[in-house]
Design a protein. Structure first.
Length: 387
């Protein structure tokens, strides 16, 4: 019996990968740009540990992502720990404990990796780099509009100017179904049909709700059409309040960001179970994956709203940033001279030992130029072989 060949050291578990140059630097620069913009609007950075005790991380809103969390045994305390799958539960913990006495509304930002047991249907990553903002202690349409406006501005800062924000109300359909007398089996069929956008099946199983649900299902798209359908529908009080809040939020977003592209899907149920009100998903033209997601929730009893952008998806959709020019600096050049070049935006690759041909060394190290006696000298492009 032969032993199996050793696995390649480059082999990683499914859903995990290495970020190599220049992708890793591009993502770091993009995240830094977005965080700088959030900070300019008064959002203060917090950083939470990747792992926490299981009974703390998975309490409250953390219950919604419990099935996505890796768990490990802490050899020190002998207690189970969980690795975060989403930042929002940690922000809620920090806001309700360490920052419980901070003035409200509380504006926080964050960035870091989240680990998930299973990948999403479209995106294959199980390590998801998140960057986002949370506004805690305010329950107004203007707060919701601020989340959308800042997300749009941060994406524009890294070159993504054509994005769409899809507003949803994941509690609307449950409110309608709760107020109806549909049998549990029929209710399940309706929920499945709405999830598949199957109008025929909605009509077949929704009974007295068929007209309303079909109308709302077919109204998805531009806000005016969806809001008109909601206004015309005979909604129970809980659903009617949600519809009114959606109209106010659309008006607040349009007033703050009049050129932003909005869509509304009244019967879409996507989102985490902890979302209690209007939710939003961010998309780019021609791409099926979400660039981000957010919505309204309760933060330890306080009203809150937030929006998380997925750095990997954002990087795939954004135009590649211009690479930082790499300049080979031969050994012996004064450090202050190289410092001046770095101040002008060059990445200086310092020679450690003298070489006979600085131009060839610069080309070997992937540099765009080398520092000659009179200044930077461009590295000649490699000659193409004749066909």
């Amino acid at each position: 019996m032969h032993d199996a060949p050793p696995a390649s050291p480059a082999l990683l578990p499914a859903g995990f990968d290495d970020k190599l140059p220049p992708t890793a630097e591009a993502e770091a620069r993009s995240v830094a740009t977005m965080l700088d913009l959030f900070a300019a609007y008064g959002y203060q950075r917090v950083d939470a540990p990747l792992a926490e005790f299981e009974d703390s991380l998975l309490a409250g809103s953390g219950q919604a992502v419990a099935d996505q969390c890796f768990r490990v045994l802490d050899p020190d305390s002998r207690r189970m720990m969980a690795l975060r799958a989403d930042f929002t539960p940690q922000i809620a913990r920090i806001a309700g404990s360490r920052l419980a006495d901070a003035p409200r509304p509380l504006r926080l930002s964050y960035a870091g990796a989240c680990l998930r047991v299973a990948a999403a249907q479209i995106a294959a990553e199980r390590q998801v780099d998140q960057v986002g903002i949370e506004l805690i202690g305010c329950d107004t349409p203007k707060a919701d509009a601020e989340m959308v406006a800042l997300a749009a501005e941060s994406l524009a800062a890294i070159g993504l100017t054509r994005v769409t924000f899809d507003l949803t109300m994941p509690r609307l359909v449950p409110s309608l179904l709760d107020a109806s007398d549909l049998a549990p089996a029929a209710r399940l069929q309706v929920e499945r049909a709405l999830d598949r956008k199957d109008a025929a099946q909605v009509r077949a199983h929704a009974g007295p709700l068929a007209d309303v649900l079909e109308s709302l299902l077919l109204s998805a798209g531009r806000p005016a059409r969806a809001l008109a359908a909601l206004a015309d529908a005979a909604l129970p009080p809980a659903a009617s309040r949600q519809a009114a809040r959606l109209a106010e939020t659309v008006a607040a977003i349009s007033a703050r960001s009049p050129t932003l592209t909005l869509t509304v899907d009244p019967v879409e149920g996507r989102g985490f179970p902890y979302h209690t009100g209007i939710c939003v998903a961010v998309f780019a033209p021609g791409r099926h994956e979400e660039l981000g997601r957010g919505g309204r929730y309760l933060c330890g009893g306080e009203p809150a709203t937030g929006l998380t952008l997925y750095a990997d998806a954002v990087l795939r959709a954004a135009p590649p940033p211009p690479p930082r020019p790499r300049l080979y600096v031969p050994a012996g050049v004064a450090p202050d001279q190289a410092g001046l070049l770095r101040a002008r935006g060059h990445a200086t690759v310092m020679g450690l030992d003298p070489v006979p041909d600085p131009a060839a060394e610069a080309a070997r190290l992937g540099c765009d130029a080398w520092l000659g006696p009179a200044g930077p000298v461009a590295v000649a492009a490699p000659k193409q072989d004749d066909a």
